[in-house]
Structures are given as structure tokens and as C-alpha cells.
Design a protein. Structure first.
Length: 94
């Protein structure tokens, strides 16, 4: 129980010291980017059309493999993006 309280206290002190808490423009910018990202993710694209077409043509196994491949590709892409941003932040601290 004490560990949870310490963790909460550390989290709240981190939030209080962060740039997000001190800069409302940063919060607005990040919120705008998040809304645009969610809107882009909600629209169906070529991946949805491929899986739907395969599933509708009674090729369930092919649709499953296509969905797994798309998921793996998205995981690799997201991991690369996070590592790239991390590298930029390390190269230009502050």
C-alpha cells in the first residue's frame, strides 16, 4: 500500500514538473494531433478492403494471414517510429 502511494506521489510530481503542465499550447497541439490521428485510423483503407474482400470470397485462412501480416507490419512501423523519436530526443536534449 505504501508503494502505491509513493508511485502516485512520484507520478503527480512528474506531471507538475512536465512541460505539458506548464504549456497549454503544447496540450492543444498534442490534442489536435491525437484527434487527427484517430480520424485517420477510423477511415477504412486498402488493408480493410483487402481483408474484407478475402473474407467475403470464402478465403477465411487467407484473410486471417492478411490480417496478421498487416498487424505485424503496423507493429514494426510503430516501433520504428517510437525508436526514431527517441533517437531524435537523445540527439537534441532539452
Amino acid at each position: 500500500m505504501v508503494k502505491i502511494r509513493e508511485t502516485r506521489a512520484n507520478f503527480h510530481s512528474f506531471i507538475a514538473a512536465s512541460a505539458l503542465h506548464q504549456d497549454p499550447l503544447m496540450i492543444t497541439t498534442l490534442l489536435t494531433i491525437w484527434i487527427l490521428h484517430v480520424a485517420a485510423m477510423a477511415t477504412p483503407g486498402a488493408n480493410v478492403l483487402l481483408v474484407s474482400q478475402l473474407a467475403a470470397s470464402d478465403r477465411a485462412q487467407s484473410a486471417l494471414f492478411a490480417a496478421l501480416g498487416i498487424t505485424l507490419g503496423a507493429l514494426i512501423w510503430a516501433s520504428s517510429a517510437v525508436l526514431g523519436v527517441h533517437a531524435i530526443f537523445n540527439a537534441f536534449p532539452g
